[in-house]
Design a protein around this ligand. Sequence first.
Ligand SMILES: [Fe+2]
Length: 346
Amino acid sequence: MTIAPGASVLVAYEDAALGWYDAELKDQVIAYCREILSAEVESVEVGLPANTPSVPLEEKLREKRFDWIIFLARLGDQGRFDEDRDGPRKLMVYTRRLAHLASTFGTVPQSAMIALKKAVDGLINQATTIKITCPYGTKLIGKPNPKVSQTDESKDGQTRDGASKDVTVVRFPSAVSTPVSAKTFSGQVVLRQGLTSTGSKVYEPPNLPIASEVVAHVTCGRIERFDGAEEDAQAVRAHYERVADLFGIEPMFVDSWHQGLHPGTDTSPMPEEDLCLWGETLFTSPQYLHFHTCGEYPPGEICWMVESPTVALDGRNLYENGRIQVEAFEVFKPCLDQHPELRALF
Ligand SMILES: [Fe+2]
């Protein structure tokens, strides 16, 4: 991506009081666009994501035609910006704090992360059988699905119509593999912390913490049942019904899964403090693989986070206990040779 000198840029930043994006990040991004990129910059404060458009943002967009919108805000992840192909190009930023931008999460070049993602996606697509396990009892087996896997990329790498989302929204950093359809996957997924929202639509509460493990039994991408301590299993069932009722969707579907790619992900958010912040931060870490469920469409409404996953492709581990096995596959060698910044990550 390039922002040309003289380009008009709108920085849509989330109110720092909400605790997700810090004010210093916004100040630095605006200064960088003005002073280094010589762009014309305006800014607008936005609030929480909602199921209706942001009024301050829409007003700004009516006032003027911008070349770029830089989202330092969760609402940039909402599907409607992907669909706005005639509008400004968009950059959705996941480095929510200046410290994230300064860390390896923000400084490994985007081209290096895209090369890593392509290598991982390529290996997954070539596999005949994929087995996902975790130390807590997850065991799911299926096949890659080229139709979903070859498309690119929203936050969840999802496309609603098969067109490339990179055309309208650039995600920074590029830090998750392309989703694999769950249609052929069967087995069980052990849920440990609870349920989080995919962020596709807004509902309250967005999360369901659980006190003990609940096991989701899956057959060919359909959820058969939830087992576990009765209070938690029942709370999970009720959460699915409530979310499905709210939007008139079918609850018992697993749409797809994907894997975090960036070892530089901030691991400080604790699930017991804020399940939402934890899920939306850790999903880019190789320590987590997550599923999109609830709703027969991508990305669904409810996420499952699988901790320390092992992903075996035809018996060879691509991920082992949440680590990408870059030494185990030849395809990573040219990738790491061309992008030495990646070597420091592994
Ligand atoms: Fe996702």
